[in-house]
Write a protein that binds this ligand. Structure first.
Ligand code: SF4
Length: 476
C-alpha cells in the first residue's frame, strides 16, 4: 500500500496570500494578542512602556510580553529557543508581525521587568473573575518545591560544613604525620610519596580555608545554609525528596481549579503561609470571608488564629506530632478537654487536673496530668513510657479544637483539596514541564512562576470557555 505523499519541493504552490490566513480565529495567539493590547503596561511596571522620543527605537514591551506568554503556554521558556521560534514559527510571526528580537534582548526583558509579571498574572485573574470562573467560596492552598539552578553539592549547611572541617582536620593530621615519618626516613617510601603528600596537604588547606570562610559567613548572617550558585535557593525536603529550590505557594479556587494567588518563597516549610496566601487571594476575589483548606504542613496555632482574624475559615488536619504517636501510645485526640472543669478526661476514664503553666518562645502552654491516677492505671503501658502522662494545651488550643470539629463535619473537603491543587501542580510539572527554574534569585524566580501560573490559568480558561469567549471578554 502506498503512503500519503508530500509535494515536490520545487513545485510552485498557491499558498495563502497573508500570514493572517495561517492563524485560525480560535488560535490562542489571538487571545494573547488581544489580552496584552488591553493591558496598561506602564501601570503594571514594564520599562519603556512609552517609546523614547529620540535615539534608536527599541522593541515594544507588548511584543516582548506576547512572545513570553506564547512561550510559557507552549513549553518554550529559554530565550534562545524563543528567539529561534520567533523566526520560523508562523503563529509567532503572526503574533509579533515579523519582529525578531535576539536572545539577549529576550532574556534582558524578563530580567529587567521581573517585578511586573505578577501584575499581568493578576490582570488575567481579574478577567476570570469577570467571567465568573471562580466559585469564591473555597480555596485550596498548597505549596510545591521547584528546583533551583543550584546542585546539592553547592549547598552547604552549618552542620555539613562543621562535619567537613572536622573530617579535613583529621585527614590533614594523618597526612602531616605521614610526611613527618618520610622526613625522618622511617618510612620506606621515596621522595615521590612526600611530594604527592605535600600537594594533597596544600589542596586540603585551601579547601579548608574556603569552607571555614563559608561557615563564618553563615554564622555572621544567622542563616542555616548557603547556596553558591543561587544564593537565595534553599535545601528543602518534600515527600522524602531533597531538592535545592524554592517553595511555590498557590491558592486555587475549587470551582474550576484556577490559580487565584501565587507566591514564591525560600521558606523551607509551609508553616505560617496560609494567611498571607489565602488573604491575598481574598483581596483579588473581592470577598470578605472565604473557606481555605490546606494539608497538615500548614498546621500552626498562630496561623490559624491569624486566618480567623482575616475572615478566612481554615480547614487543616491535625498532624500527628510528638513522641506519644511515634511510640504507638494514645494520641492527644483521645484526651477530651472539659472547659468547665479546666481539665482533660483521659482514655482510662480519669481526670487530669493538675496544671503546670509555662512560656515557650513567647507562647503560654499549660500541662495537665494526674500522677496519682496514672500510678494505678491498668492501661498505662498504652499511654506513657514515663511515670505519668502529661497533656500540653497551648494558648491557641480552643481555636484548633474548633477547627477540628469543623473538619469532622466536612471530611470530604480534604478530597476536594487534593483534586483542586493537584490539577495545577500536575499540569505545571508534567504537562508544562516547568518543574525547575531557569533563573537565579528570588525576584527572578518569582517572575518566572508568575508566567508559569498565568500560562496554566490561560490554558485552563481556554478549555473552559474557548479563545473566542476570552477575546470577547477582553474587548467588552
Ligand atoms: S496512664 Fe494516666 S492518663 Fe493514661 S490512661 Fe492511665 S490514668 Fe489516664
Amino acid at each position: 500500500m502506498a503512503y500519503i505523499e508530500g509535494h515536490a519541493r520545487d513545485q510552485a504552490l498557491l499558498l495563502p496570500p497573508s500570514v493572517e490566513d495561517y492563524v485560525a480565529a480560535d488560535n490562542p495567539v489571538r487571545f494573547i494578542d488581544a489580552f496584552v493590547d488591553d493591558l496598561d503596561l506602564g501601570a503594571a511596571g514594564f520599562q519603556r512602556a512609552r517609546p523614547k522620543a529620540t535615539g534608536r527605537p527599541g522593541y515594544d514591551p507588548a511584543d516582548m510580553l506576547k512572545l513570553y506568554l506564547y512561550g510559557y503556554l507552549n513549553r518554550l521558556r529559554s530565550s534562545r529557543r524563543l528567539a529561534a521560534e520567533a523566526g520560523r514559527n508562523l503563529e509567532l510571526i503572526w503574533l509579533l508581525r515579523g519582529v525578531r528580537p535576539d536572545f539577549r534582548t529576550i532574556a534582558d526583558f524578563r530580567r529587567d521587568n521581573r517585578g511586573a509579571f505578577k501584575a499581568v498574572f493578576r490582570a488575567f485573574v481579574l478577567l476570570c473573575r469577570k467571567l465568573d470562573l471562580f466559585g469564591r467560596e473555597l480555596l485550596a492552598v498548597d505549596g510545591t518545591r521547584l528546583k533551583a539552578v543550584n546542585s546539592r553539592a553547592r549547598n552547604f549547611s552549618r552542620e555539613r560544613l562543621a562535619r567537613y572541617l572536622a573530617a579535613t582536620d583529621a585527614r590533614l593530621e594523618r597526612y602531616l604525620a605521614e610526611l613527618d615519618q618520610i622526613d625522618r626516613g622511617e618510612d620506606g617510601a621515596g621522595t615521590g610519596r612526600g611530594e604527592a603528600l605535600a600537594v594533597k596537604i596544600a589542596r586540603l588547606r585551601e579547601q579548608r580555608q574556603a569552607s571555614a570562610a563559608l561557615l563564618g559567613q553563615l554564622q555572621a548572617s544567622g542563616e542555616g545554609q548557603i547556596s553558591l550558585t543561587d544564593p537565595d535557593a534553599r535545601l528543602m525536603v518534600a515527600h522524602s525528596k531533597v531538592t535545592v529550590g524554592y517553595n511555590a505557594q498557590v491558592a486555587v479556587d475549587a470551582k474550576h481549579s484556577l490559580i487565584v494567588e501565587q507566591h514564591v518563597t525560600n521558606a523551607c516549610n509551609d508553616m505560617g503561609l496560609l494567611t498571607p496566601t489565602a488573604g491575598a487571594a481574598m483581596e483579588v476575589l473581592g470577598v470578605e470571608r472565604i473557606d481555605a483548606v490546606a494539608d497538615m504542613g500548614y498546621h500552626s496555632g498562630d496561623d490559624i488564629v491569624a486566618c480567623e482574624a482575616a475572615g478566612i475559615t481554615p480547614y487543616i488536619p491535625r498532624p500527628h506530632r510528638g513522641t506519644a504517636t511515634g511510640n504507638g501510645l494514645f494520641p492527644k485526640e483521645r484526651f477530651r478537654y472539659d472547659p468547665v472543669a479546666d481539665a482533660y478526661h483521659c482514655p482510662g476514664g480519669q481526670v487530669l487536673d493538675t496544671r503546670y503553666a509555662s512560656v515557650t518562645r513567647g507562647h503560654l502552654s499549660v500541662q495537665y496530668s494526674s500522677p496519682a491516677a496514672c500510678a494505678g492505671c491498668q492501661i498505662k503501658a498504652r499511654c506513657t513510657k514515663g511515670r505519668w502522662r502529661r497533656i500540653n494545651r497551648g494558648e491557641h488550643e480552643a481555636v484548633i479544637e474548633r477547627m477540628a470539629e469543623r473538619l469532622a463535619k466536612r471530611p470530604g473537603i480534604l478530597t476536594i483539596r487534593k483534586s483542586t491543587v493537584e490539577h495545577p501542580f500536575g499540569s505545571i510539572k508534567q504537562w508544562m514541564n516547568q518543574g525547575a527554574f531557569l533563573m537565579r534569585g528570588l525576584e527572578k524566580v518569582r517572575a518566572e512562576f508568575s508566567l508559569t501560573a498565568l500560562a496554566y490559568n490561560m490554558r485552563r480558561a481556554i478549555t473552559l470557555i474557548g479563545v473566542l469567549g476570552l477575546i470577547r471578554a477582553v474587548q467588552a
